[in-house]
Design a protein around this ligand. Structure first.
Ligand code: M6R
Length: 369
């Protein structure tokens, strides 16, 4: 069943190009328009939505954080992302103009299910972005947009994360199309770029051996930090989560801009720090800001492990290790940048002799509150 791989997790990492491609399959018509036939919510309601709240837990919540950047950019609708178990207990402002998007691989996470029920009681419409057919969350939601990652067996979520980002992006583009926020040719062009990500994810996986070798050399690390900005920030948090749950190493993801507000005090000689570097071709000086962050932590002794885009010569000067990923538009970069972090956590856990498919204290789906 592992298809010749060492673990289900390894197999599922290798399934990721398919998870992205399959989640996009059948989502456009011959003219390139996005069609979401399975989304049985009145179009007029979707046009009138004035707020989106994503509810999810763990990795699915990080997918929601990534999606927030894209959906707000494309649709100009405010998007909040809330951990499902916090949502219900804070008297959230939810009404008929709110669209709640519940993201879950299993479709059985009790915290997320309770958030769905709460949102619907307040009159919100709920779209479930779920991987498991016929599970409870889609049954209790108004509509479902399935991710087509295939069964995910390993406790640590990998391919579901890529599929969740992909599906949430399809939803964002669909809303932009419906509400006229973007021209049809812009939407079609972005969709094509999304489709092209499958091939690029494959390239990152093929470069995995260098990541594995680096991980093996770091089996005695006792704390690892992860930095990112913009969509790289949730990727940093996801990288940290993978390392905690698989390798039992204290790991934390930060927004790189937050460094000087406290976390930089953690840096001392030899401290490993992963940095997700935005594309140098992007706008907003994001790239140069992150390069300065790398210089700051390096000056304080950090060992910098950098995820950077092919051809980024600037970053090469300041990094101890570089894990290269293909060029991609900024909003799509998370689909690539997370892959070395997944491989790193898996390889480090393996080097420590741990069971990567079944880490201690964890269950694949958390069906209790
Ligand atoms: O099945 P779900 O997507 O609702 O699960 C949510 C989290 O429990 C899950 O992502 C968890 O954080 C994973 N173990 C992360 O790898």
């Amino acid at each position: 069943e592992k298809g010749g791989f060492e673990s289900f997790m390894d197999k599922e990492i290798h399934d990721q190009p398919h998870a992205v491609a399959d989640t996009l399959l059948g989502r456009t018509d011959a003219s390139g328009r996005i069609v979401l036939d399975d989304l049985r919510i009145d179009e007029s309601l979707l046009r009138a939505v004035d707020k989106i709240i994503v509810v999810a837990c763990g990795t699915a919540a990080y997918a929601g954080h990534v999606a927030k950047y894209a959906i707000e950019h494309w649709c100009r609708i405010p998007v909040e992302v809330e951990l499902a178990h916090e949502f219900r207990y804070r008297d959230p402002i939810v009404d008929a103009g709110t669209l709640v998007v519940a993201i879950s691989q299993s479709g059985e996470t009790m915290d997320t299910l309770m958030a769905v029920r709460h949102a619907r009681e307040q009159g919100a419409k709920v779209i479930a972005v779920v991987n498991t057919n016929g599970s409870t969350i889609p049954r209790e939601s108004d509509a479902v947009l399935y991710t087509h990652a295939g069964p995910e067996i390993a406790v640590a979520s990998t391919k579901a994360f890529l599929a969740q980002i992909t599906a949430a992006y399809v939803l964002g583009l669909y809303l932009a199309q419906l509400r006229g926020n973007k021209f049809p040719d812009e939407i079609a062009a972005t969709f094509d770029e999304l489709r092209d990500m499958s091939r690029k994810v494959q390239t990152v996986i093929e470069r995995g051996e260098y990541v594995r070798a680096t991980a093996r050399s770091m089996a005695d690390a006792d704390k690892v930090l992860f930095l990112g900005r913009h969509v790289g920030y949730p990727v940093a948090m996801e990288g940290a989560l993978k390392l905690k749950e698989l390798a039992y190493i204290h790991a934390e993801g930060f927004a790189a801009g937050e460094l000087k507000h406290g976390p930089i005090a953690l840096i001392d000689e030899g401290q490993p720090v992963f940095v997700v570097v935005p594309s140098p071709r992007g706008r907003d000086q994001l790239h140069s800001k992150v390069v300065s962050n790398i210089q700051e932590i390096r000056a304080r002794g950090a060992r910098t492990l950098v995820i950077a885009e092919d051809g980024d010569d600037e970053v090469r000067k300041y990094a101890d290790e570089v894990f290269w990923i293909p060029k991609a538009p900024t909003l799509l970069q998370p689909l690539l940048a997370v892959v070395p972090l997944q491989i790193f956590a898996m390889a480090l856990a393996t080097a420590k002799g741990l069971d990567v498919d079944q880490p201690r204290n964890l269950a694949k789906s958390v069906t209790v509150e």
